[in-house]
Write a protein that binds this ligand. Structure first.
Ligand code: SF4
Length: 407
């Protein structure tokens, strides 16, 4: 028979800690939130602005594309400008195809970055693949930087896939094509990590990722990786998609993996709406970690969905306003009270669940539902503190929340 303990999160999988410019990934450190810019890295102004925005939103590492000489040349300038603004967020260089060449030709870029991301599926040109991989690893050792070996099934190592498909055929197809693909993804990451270690890169300089776009594939691939290595793991669903679909798919897959103790850093890859806010993915990552109880970032507003017992929108507007106010003060909260459990505020629509939910919050209000006496009890630290009445209930409650935060 299962017990309540069976539903607790599994202990974090033991992984080797990796220091990424002062941010520890793995080794039991809190799961790190990271993000990636979508500016042209050669455009220093735009990239600095976006890195700053992502960092302000809570991204603890920020990855930038380094795809050509102009972007490699811009990296040290970006780092310098950020430091002048007082922003010391580690920058991760995202390399494909010619990373070995860019790092060799731009030593200031190699130095300014805190980590190099390599894609074993396209690290070099076919016959020179191992040599170019070795060159990047040599650069990582020279500059004492960690690497992320980031497999992506959109650019999977085709030689390895063909070999494993052939082997599967020779054995009479014990695995489905989907299973062979998953195995290829996992092996691509593990073989590359093995090669990097043989070349001399220490284990505590290697992070692995294996991104796919299907939820079940992602869960399977990371469970396999977790079972077969102790490298720190970067989780992310690639091409998660737009809007609610991307949020739901990322949250479902990453949530299940983290519940199993798997994952040392996460990125939520959302396709922004045209002109949309890139920082949304950071907010989603933080909220995912927070709702699962792994980290505390922001004050929480619990609000009921409303129903036929409340026909006014007062409580929805109040919940929205309170959430906006306390999120605006979020950076202050984090700096002022590191490690303190985030504030919980409840804004409820009627007497059914209002008082109960409000008592569980640090401060909560139960607004009067349709037909109820126009009175709103306020609960502070689990005790009924007062009852608000009249047309200014919302404003008065906002003042009480501000006062509570201040105290
Ligand atoms: Fe409806 Fe009241 Fe429940 Fe809110 S607390 S959903 S208003 S019954």
């Amino acid at each position: 028979m299962s017990s309540a303990f069976d539903f607790e999160p599994q202990p974090r999988r033991a992984s080797v800690a990796v220091d990424v410019g002062g941010v520890i990934v793995g080794g039991g450190a809190p799961v790190v939130v990271q993000s990636m810019t979508n500016t042209d890295t050669a455009d220093v102004d735009q990239t600095v602005a976006q890195v700053a925005a992502l960092h302000k939103a809570g991204s603890e590492l920020v990855r930038i594309t380094v795809d050509r000489d102009e972007s490699a040349a811009a990296v040290p300038k970006i780092r310098e400008r950020l430091l002048r603004l007082g922003i010391d967020v580690p920058l991760v260089g995202d390399f494909h195809y010619i990373g070995h060449k860019l790092l060799a030709d731009h030593p200031a870029c190699a130095e300014a970055l805190a980590k190099y991301r390599i894609n074993p599926g396209n690290v070099g040109f076919k016959d020179k693949k191992d040599k170019q991989f070795a060159e990047i690893i040599a650069m990582a050792m020279r500059y004492d930087k960690p690497v992320r070996i980031g497999v992506n099934w959109g650019s999977l190592d085709q030689e390895l896939l063909t070999r494993l498909m052939d082997e599967n055929q020779a054995k009479g197809f014990p695995l489905t094509a989907q299973q062979v693909t998953r195995e290829t993804i996992v092996q691509s990451a593990l073989l590359s990590a093995e090669l990097a270690e043989e070349l001399g890169l220490p284990r505590n300089r290697i992070i692995l990722s294996a991104k796919v776009s299907g939820v079940q594939d992602l869960i399977a691939v990371y469970a396999m990786l977790a079972a077969r290595s102790d490298h720190a793991l970067h989780l992310g669903l690639t091409e998660a998609g737009m809007g609610t679909k991307g949020i739901v798919a990322s949250s479902a897959s990453l949530g299940i993996l983290m519940q199993q103790g798997i994952g040392d850093t996460i990125r939520i890859s959302l396709t922004p709406e045209p002109g949309g806010d890139r920082t949304r993915e950071v907010q989603v990552a933080q909220e995912l970690l927070q709702v699962m109880g792994f980290r505390q970032f922001i004050p929480v507003v619990a609000a009921c969905p409303g129903c036929g017992r409340t026909t006014s929108t007062v409580f929805q507007e109040l919940a929205q306003k309170i959430q906006e106010d306390i999120r605006a003060s979020m950076p202050v909260w984090r700096e002022k009270y590191p490690g303190v459990e985030a504030l919980k505020v409840a804004v409820m629509g009627c007497i059914v669940n209002g008082p109960g939910e409000s008592k569980h919050a640090d401060i909560g209000i139960s607004l009067p539902g349709t037909g109820e006496t126009p009175a709103a009890p306020v609960f502070i630290d689990g005790q009924k503190a007062m009852t608000l009445r009249g047309p200014k209930i919302a404003e008065e409650f906002q003042l009480l929340v501000a006062d509570y935060i201040e105290k």
